[in-house]
Design a protein around this ligand. Sequence first.
Ligand SMILES: [Zn+2]
Length: 337
Amino acid sequence: MNRKRTLAALGPSGGDNIDTNGMGEVVMKAFLRATSICAYLLVGVSAQAQETLTGIEFFERRGINFDTVQIRIETVSPGLYVLFGAGGNVAVSIGDQGVLVVDDQFPTMVPRIRAAIRELGGDDVDFVINTHWHFDHTDGNPLFGRDGSWIVSQVNSRRMMTDNQLINLVNALVEQPPSSPDGLPVITYENRMRFYFNGEKIDLMHFGPAHTTGDAAVVFRGHNVVHMGDVFNSGGYPFIDADNGGGLDGVILFCEAVLNEIDEDTIVIPGHGPVAKYEDLIEYVLMLRTIRDRIAELVARGASLDEVIAAKPTAEWDDVKGDPIRLLDRAFASMTR
Ligand SMILES: [Zn+2]
């Protein structure tokens, strides 16, 4: 199968709209009027419900026990592994020239990450690539940086790591303090960077704002594997950091750009969730395009966030992907600013 044909088969964006839910235009207008007062009240309630947490607290609220969580190792290709622990998925390249990791979770996880690398035959970590600046992908940085690892990120991500940040996760706000100097990237790039390491080319690619403003896809050309960071979530709906410049349109464009760089045999490592395939990324893009088009249709009619939520633009995926509120809230924010 030719990858260009596969991409073309996705068809043009658009065409689907909210009327596929069976809600005609007249009914929709009445519905929008009737719910406007409720919507106003709901916005007030949800704003009050937000509390500010640390990154660790946010994960503990989701049932993660940092004292007991263990690293699970998955071999995606000889010499290339994924470590699942607490936080973003970690990719590890181990070879003749040393060890390169993509993302590094939390400080408490670093000794366990190091142990897993040693178990796989690796030694000290030479390079840490950050897919983006969020705490659950970068809080391990200071420990690696202190011990001599070279930390690499897209330039916008480094900028975000130098300052206090607030991440609006809808049900909570997470405060991310500035990184200590040891944890800051020492090498940055704008759009692309290439490593020649462990016998293959490793491409870091940035395609504009998506999950954040500093996302990278990391393509291991020899292994034919890509780490997508949080632009791709295979375990649920994606989170879009809309208050820090991320957007649903950008997530779609970023994924489409990556699809143009890989082929139908590429293994796709998401920021969160199980290791996936090229076809899974295609399905994800199709889903997000449909959801985006439905929300855009509602926004064009003047719908509020609560009216968008009530219209259930994600209905056919909710059984598999879970609660869509965070996605809808953040997508709406990114599409109405
Ligand atoms: Zn993230």
